[in-house]
Each structure stands twice: as C-alpha cells, then as structure tokens.
Design a protein around this ligand. Structure first.
Ligand code: ZN
Ligand code: ZN
Length: 110
C-alpha cells in the first residue's frame, strides 16, 4: 500500500487523521522492522508488512496497485555469470490485474 492508500483506510477508522501521522507511524514501524519499503520502478514506494518468506511483486500498469506474488522461478539465480555469487533477487511482474482486465475484457475472467 502507498501512504495515501493507508491514509484512506485509516481515516475511515479515525476521521481527522492527517497524512503526516501516517508517515510518522510508518517510520516508527520501519524502525521496528515491522514494515518495509518496496521500491518498484515505475510505481510510488509501497509499504508492506515484512515477510519472513520470499516473494515477488506484480505491478498493475492500469491501476498502479502492487500485488504480492508468492511463486518464484527458482532457476533465476542460475542466470548470473559463472563465478558470480547470487545472494538474493527481486522480481517485478508488470501487466494488468484481474480487476482491471475484467474492465477491459469481461469475458476472459478466470
Ligand atoms: Zn489493476
Ligand atoms: Zn524469487
């Protein structure tokens, strides 16, 4: 979620809450290690609960929402040149989410 999205949700619980409060709270949560920033090229920074497990992201180019993708192509680490040590990787899929795809082509919903 972006701070603006979090703010929208938070305001339904606590009307009158300022977005500065959201940023402040996020900073505290980041210091605590509860929340991390996900930097996705082409999207505003997203904040999400820190995951103990490995995952990836999907950026919908239509609504700019970021989704978590649990699957991983385990062979990706083998694409590094010989002798290179891969410690981690991050992968972002770009496309159109089911919701947005449904708006465009309502017939092809899975
Ligand atoms: Zn979308
Ligand atoms: Zn992976």
């Amino acid at each position: 979620m972006t701070p603006a999205e979090i703010w929208q949700v938070a305001r339904t619980i606590s009307p009158g809450l300022g977005i500065a409060t959201v940023y402040r709270a996020l900073r505290i949560l980041m210091d605590m290690g509860t929340v991390e920033v996900v930097d996705i090229p082409g999207a505003p920074p997203h904040y999400e609960r820190k995951h103990p497990h490995h995952h990836h992201h999907f950026l919908c180019e239509s609504c700019q929402r970021v989704y978590e993708v649990e699957a991983c192509t385990s062979g990706i680490d083998q694409t590094a040149p010989p002798g290179f040590l891969v410690k981690s990787h991050s992968l972002t899929l770009y496309g159109v989410c089911a919701e947005c795809a449904g708006k465009v082509a309502a017939s092809s919903a899975a």
